[in-house]
Design a protein around this ligand. Structure first.
Ligand code: NAD
Length: 351
């Protein structure tokens, strides 16, 4: 099995690549531009393996993508490359439109050209998975869940760019008969998560006795999924999912942001009691503009049709995650030094 993974040096992509190369033994080519969010250090475990290759390239570069497809000749494409941080999209959406929209369009067109040159038999086995987010569905009230048929209603520039990309993928599947599947997943957390996102930011700031910024009153609810469970779901979807279908992926583990931050403080207080209690570091900051109140995913379709189920609960996953950050400062310290600490991840309105 030859799998081309875009965005494989990122948070979820690197987890997926580690699973496919090590546990599955697939031949994998990672295509990644190595933006600030991509790190070769996240791929150290697979580096040097005979079934693994890395190509530094921009998914918006049609010529580079065509050359990569022609030389690697993938059976599967798993498309994760994206600009992914909502706050950055609010400050400047340019890179989001380029990578998430034009980049996805470029990959779809590259795939179309590549399939035209394949025999019918080779074309038959080919599949393309477009990886997306539940943020395309907008915000929920205090009840209900997003399903695969929920209407699109994105709030942030990030979510809008992902929604546009999803529509392109679905249109290319229908119009050009491309064998595409789409997945929409809830918030992920786990090892190798870039330290600008809520969970790693909170762990590392708490560890270094810095302020723990929480938007608004911390009431916003997210449905958290451990990254290893998401990567397994992606493999199951591309393996056994029905072509043309969308699958929602979620952890059925909703938490208010403030409860997530408090749980991390409590865990660190247990692990490193000398600086407890860390809740004193929490600081409520002006809310993110357009901040969605609640996301919750109904992943019944994926569970019943394809037999996937999350293995980690938030409780087990957050303990693993905190312990990973405590044990792996070689990975995060250079990123923190380069990209700053306390204020990272928080953009004041109008800035
Ligand atoms: P990430 O920001 O950690 O990684 C993105 C990767 O894409 C980086 O390695 C980066 O270098 C690469 N990249 C960016 N622009 C590129 C370009 N033009 N060409 C090639 N490579 C480029 O993101 P992530 O959190 O791992 O998310 C991966 C995918 O999963 C994204 O499509 C995201 O929308 C989706 N997703 C993320 C979450 C989440 O909670 N993190 C949840 C659901 C869906």
């Amino acid at each position: 099995m030859r799998v081309l993974v875009t965005g494989g040096a990122g948070f979820i992509g690197s987890e997926l690549v580690r699973q496919l190369v090590v546990a599955k033994g697939y031949d994998v080519l990672t295509v990644d531009k190595l933006t600030y969010a991509g790190s070769l250090a996240s791929l150290r475990q697979v580096e040097g393996r005979s079934n693994y290759r890395f190509l530094r390239a921009d998914i918006c570069d049609r010529r580079a993508m065509t050359a990569a497809f022609e030389s690697f000749r993938p059976d599967r494409v798993m498309h994760l490359a994206a600009e992914s941080h909502v706050d950055r999209s609010i400050a400047d959406a340019d890179a989001f439109i380029h990578t998430n929209v034009i980049g996805t369009y470029t990959l779809l067109e590259t795939t179309r050209g590549y399939l035209d040159g394949l025999s019918l038999a080779a074309r038959d086995g080919f599949r393309f998975l477009h990886v997306s987010t539940d943020e395309v569905y907008g915000s929920l009230g205090s009840t209900g869940f997003f399903s695969e048929t929920s209407p699109y209603d994105p709030s942030s520039p990030y979510a809008a760019s992902k929604a546009a990309a999803d529509h392109l993928a679905k249109a290319w599947a229908r119009t050009y008969d491309l064998p595409i599947l789409v997945s929409n997943c809830s918030n992920n957390y786990g090892p190798y998560h870039f330290p600008e996102k809520l969970i790693p930011l909170t762990i590392l700031n708490a560890l270094e006795e810095q302020t723990l910024p929480v938007y608004g009153t911390g009431e916003n609810v997210r449905d958290w999924l451990y990254v290893g469970d998401h990567a397994r779901a992606l493999d199951v979807i591309i393996d056994r999912g029905r072509i043309g279908e969308t699958y929602n992926v979620g952890g059925r583990d909703e938490r208010r942001n403030i409860d997530v931050v408090r749980r991390i403080c409590a865990l660190l207080d247990e692990r490193r009691p000398e600086r407890a209690p860390r809740e004193r570091l929490i600081s409520f900051v002006a809310d993110r503009p357009g901040h969605d109140a609640r996301y919750a995913i109904d992943s019944t379709k994926l569970e019943l049709e394809l037999g996937w189920r999350a293995k980690e609960t938030f409780e087990t996953g957050i303990e693993k995650t905190v312990d990973w950050y405590l044990d792996n400062n070689w990975w995060w310290q250079p990123l923190r030094r380069h990209y700053g600490g306390e204020r990272l991840g928080v953009i004041a309105p109008n800035s």
